[in-house]
Design a protein. Structure first.
Length: 299
């Protein structure tokens, strides 16, 4: 009887250890997931009280996390990864005393990291407007930044980047204005074909207004977009809006995402996790997250 009891005990220990191993891969930096109310993401790890955070993005396998912070009055791109079942200490990967690096986003194949920067073309001179850049993944990290080119960038400013599954880029620009510091940003798209980005096209009035529209996230299947707007009638200084495509493939009139997401403060930099479960966004310099189930309430 004792031997049977011992065998059962050993089997129980093995079973428990196996279950713990299977469920032990920490996701989302070991944070307790949110429900239908938004909450601060990874306080004291990512969202620090005395630091300003911008946008963020997870890799598809959930083992890499990129985010932007402001250090010494310059935005920088930071990074942490899941190694040996633990997250590494966040480190800066794109930074400079002269230029800013912001709004990280991975390409669909994750071989490129896109971002925005006021970096000069030669990496040494002065530059006043902000362009979209990317770096290519290498065996030891990332290549030197590469400008996304004139079909994307303009003498004005380009902000934020996200991609559909087939590689179409969504981003914002004030290229259609007469002044570099104009707040009239609009949402644009650019298809990716034959290895290059095509000429950008501005979305219609269902999305864009004469006010600020920027920081656009598009779902991989292009079912919906979420973006920041400073148009009148919102809940705060800047609100997140959502638009779905109708049965004919046209964008529906954008809707304010309401008080679950928006506040009297400023909401921007939306991103939905690759598993589709959570919406991340930034509120006045701190990263928040909420269950993506809220998206269904706007369909």
């Amino acid at each position: 009887m004792k031997s049977i009891t011992l065998i059962l005990s050993v089997l129980l220990i093995i079973e428990t250890a196996t279950a713990q191993t299977k469920g032990s891969s920490p996701k989302f930096l070991n944070q307790e997931p949110p429900g239908m109310e938004s909450k601060l993401f990874a306080p004291e790890i990512i969202s620090l009280k005395n630091r300003y955070e911008f946008g963020s993005v997870f890799s598809k396998d959930g083992k890499e996390f990129y985010f932007a912070v402001e250090e010494n009055e310059k935005p920088e791109i930071w990074f942490t990864r899941l190694e040996n079942n633990a997250w590494t200490k966040p480190v800066k990967i794109f930074f400079s005393d002269k230029y800013g690096y912001n709004d990280p986003f991975l390409s669909p194949d994750e071989k490129k990291l896109f971002f925005i920067s006021d970096r000069a073309m030669d990496g040494e001179g002065d530059k006043k407007d902000i362009d979209i850049w990317y770096a290519e993944r290498t065996a030891t990290g990332w290549s030197e930044p590469v400008n996304a080119g004139p079909k994307i960038n303009s003498p004005r400013n380009e902000y934020y980047i996200s991609f559909t599954k087939k590689g179409t880029m969504y981003f914002s620009s004030n290229a259609g204005t007469g002044e570099a510091d104009s707040k009239n940003f609009d949402i644009y798209t650019s298809d990716y074909a034959t290895g290059v980005f095509q000429s950008k096209e501005k979305l219609n009035s269902a999305i864009n207004t004469t006010h600020y529209e920027a920081d656009v996230f598009v779902s991989p299947n292009e079912e919906y977009i979420i973006y920041c707007s400073e148009r009148p009638g919102g809940l705060g200084k800047g609100d997140l809006y959502i638009s779905f495509k109708d049965k004919n493939g046209a964008w529906e009139e954008a809707k304010n995402m309401g008080s679950v997401v928006n506040s009297p403060a400023y909401e921007f930099c939306p991103f939905v996790s690759p598993d589709g479960k959570y919406l991340f966004f930034t509120r006045s310099g701190e990263i928040y997250w909420v269950s993506s189930e809220i998206l269904n309430t706007f369909k």
